[in-house]
Design a protein around this ligand. Structure first.
Ligand code: PRX
Length: 631
């Protein structure tokens, strides 16, 4: 890599992608070299490093042992339980083998799925890496999701084993996981999986005989077992991560092995500027894509130490993140704009109470970074704040200003320019024609997506093709479902989603999933859920509910609102609970019965709802502001 400027580096990545990615792939250990860098014989699918064999766990753990056995690999900090523990690469290697031996004892083999429903504890990382070691496919489900969300994922992934824990803890409150898992398994149609419980001693749990095992027992049995890495094809799936889309049914984003390893290793060096032996701290959760890529895989593939943090940014006080930076000499940090907006509500002196001299930059992603927040962090901490834009589907940044090329460092409001291999183009929503500089268009990516991006939708190739590549039937382009605008220098500004996905505090949620849950409440006839701008969380969900006749409980609207909120909590998890629930007698629809969510959203945000000529009953839209004002 001898390029002196980013434009040249990027140009090589798109003009000669096979050469470019073959060069990058040298940073990874291969058991067998690839025959073909890119197989595009079945577009829009793209298979990277075909014929090559490797293993993600080998590259994340074993390959570092000769040089870094004693170096920190995983730094666990829980401000919930007070635990702090550092695992060296040698200790991580040991723990991962023990977990792998335990999973194997439960029958897990290459290609089997293992569902991981865990709080932020080291065993969650051991389980992910153990799956990779065995060639098993992990599917981590965010611990904030509840039984119905979990059951849908179990049914789709059909795991042989589910690894979970007695409980998590959030803001000092114990959140039992096991009852939610029991309920999910009761709802699931998948024949009983084996369950492995990491007992933290936080909450009592019932053991289902023949199904549930305590990890402590297996760990003791397999404490000294050696488990070799299983070499798998580069295109072998490494994991499934479910994400929300336009329909109520979450999509299983399926990732490969070799392409992901190569892309993440490159991204850590070029985009984040991370080097072996340094310490990386991402405040995300392993249940989200940032946790997969930038808590677990990219730092470890690079031979860095990674911080796994269980806790909130404001407990015991709003300096806790910076205390961790100081104590562990963190070099690079990755967080979300909401976390920074939360900190901004606290004493600014807390930002500089600790010695932050080790910290080189703060990366923020997952939702729009508003300029005041970006400036505030940069100025009060005197550190570069680097926005980056991407998706669960892509696994690593699409847009950023790469640390290795500081000349790209730009302006607040734009995450930056296209990252290597991404041929980004803003297109007209109707015919896919490129829009002019400065005009709004759908952010699309020309085939092929670079290594590391989704291979397909788990078990549903047709959905992959139709959803992501079907927007413009005559073009081979991937749609991100985000609106964007590009300036004359190539910097792109993100202007929100084109679909019904909302982003609450950096958490991606489908309004249709929330609608399905609300409408399964016995008293609900119809519902519309929309995302409404919120100064702290970016967006929040508001629900407009038409109750069934005669279903208003004796407590009136308030009681029904509480009952619906509790219903969503139990089904999907509090993360999906609408912030407000309003009652109306009809919802605004077109004459053909299509719900006008965009018009509702506009009215909620005090904007002009636009063209209403197709509206069936104008009164229905007038009820929205009336309901908000009356509440
Ligand atoms: O709408 C975009 C928004 O979050 C979506 C992807 O969310 P998720 O799949 O959870 O992946 C997050 C990976 C960081 C995108 O389609 N989004 C993500 N990053 C940004 C963003 N919007 C604006 N600016 C960003 N930096």
């Amino acid at each position: 890599m001898h390029d002196t400027n980013y434009a040249e580096f990027y140009r090589r990545s798109v003009e000669a992608p096979e050469q470019f990615w073959a060069d990058q792939a040298r940073a990874i250990d291969w058991h067998r070299p690839w025959d073909q860098v890119l197989d595009g014989s079945r577009k829009p699918f793209a298979r990277w490093f075909v014929g090559g064999m490797t293993n993600l766990c080998h590259n994340a753990v074993d390959r570092h042992l000769p040089e870094r056995a004693g170096q920190p690999a995983l730094i666990y900090v829980s401000s919930e339980t007070g635990e702090e523990r550092t695992y060296s690469y040698a200790e991580l290697h040991r723990e991962v083998q023990t977990m792998a031996a335990s999973l194997r004892a439960l029958g897990v083999e290459a290609g089997d799925r293992v569902l991981i429903y865990m709080p932020m504890i080291p065993e969650a990382v051991f389980a992910m890496l153990a799956c990779a070691r065995l060639g098993a496919v992990h599917s981590v489900v965010f611990g904030g999701f509840a039984s119905v969300s979990l059951a849908a994922r179990i049914d789709d992934a059909r795991p042989r084993v589910i690894v979970s824990a007695d409980a998590g803890s959030r803001a000092g409150k114990v959140i039992p996981y096991k009852p939610l898992l029991d309920e999910a398994l009761r709802l699931s149609t998948h024949p009983a999986a084996q369950v492995l419980i990491v007992d933290r001693g936080l909450a009592p749990w019932d053991r289902v005989a023949g199904r549930d095992r305590s990890y402590a027992e297996l760990r003791a049995t397999h404490a000294n077992d050696a488990v070799d890495c299983v070499w798998v094809d580069s295109t072998h799936p490494s994991y499934i991560l479910y994400t929300s889309g336009t329909t109520g049914r979450p999509k299983g984003v399926q990732r490969d092995t070799g392409g992901y390893a190569v892309a993440l290793r490159m991204s850590m060096e070029v985009i984040f500027g991370g080097r072996p032996g340094e310490t990386y701290f991402s405040t995300s959760d392993i249940g989200w894509v940032v946790g997969h890529s930038y808590i677990v895989y990219a730092p470890l593939l690079t031979g860095m130490a990674t911080v796994l943090y269980e806790g909130t940014p404001i407990r015991p006080d709003a300096a806790v993140l910076w205390r961790i930076v100081e104590q562990y000499r963190v070099n690079l940090m990755f967080s979300a704009p909401t976390a920074m907006r939360v900190l901004r509500r606290h004493d600014p002196a807390l930002l500089t109470r600790h010695d932050l001299s080790s910290l080189r930059a703060i990366f923020l992603a997952g939702e729009p970074l508003d300029e005041p927040t970006g400036r505030w962090v940069a100025e009060s901490m005197n550190k570069p704040v680097i926005d980056n834009y991407w998706q669960t589907e892509t696994g690593w940044p699409i847009l950023a200003t790469p640390a290795q090329f500081p000349e790209t460092r730009a302006r607040f409001g734009s995450p930056g320019v296209a990252m290597p291999g991404y041929q980004v183009c803003l297109r007209n929503e109707h015919d896919g024609a490129p829009v002019a500089a400065g005009e709004k268009g759908v952010l699309a990516i020309d085939w092929p997506l670079p290594p590391g991006c989704l291979q397909t939708v788990w078990g549903d190739d047709a959905r992959f093709v139709n959803t992501y590549w079907g927007t413009y039937p005559n073009l081979q382009v991937y749609s991100t479902f985000d609106w964007g605008r590009q300036d004359a220098d190539g910097y792109i500004y993100i202007l929100g989603r084109t679909d019904d996905v909302i982003n609450v505090a950096g958490h991606r949620l489908g309004t249709r999933e929330i609608e399905e849950s609300v409408s399964s409440h016995a008293a609900v006839a119809e519902v519309a859920v929309v995302g409404v701008h919120d100064a702290l969380k970016g967006q929040v969900a508001w629900a407009f509910v038409v109750p069934k006749p005669g279903q208003l409980p004796s407590g009136g609207n308030d009681a029904l609102e509480q009952s619906i909120a509790a219903h969503v909590d139990a089904q999907l998890g509090a993360v999906a609970r609408p912030q407000r629930i309003y009652f109306v007698s009809a919802l605004p629809k077109t004459r053909s019965g299509k719900l006008l969510r965009r018009a509702i959203q506009a009215v909620c945000e005090g904007r002009d709802p636009g063209d209403l000529t197709t509206l069936e009953d104008p009164i229905a839209l007038d009820q929205i502001p009336a309901a908000i004002a009356g509440a």
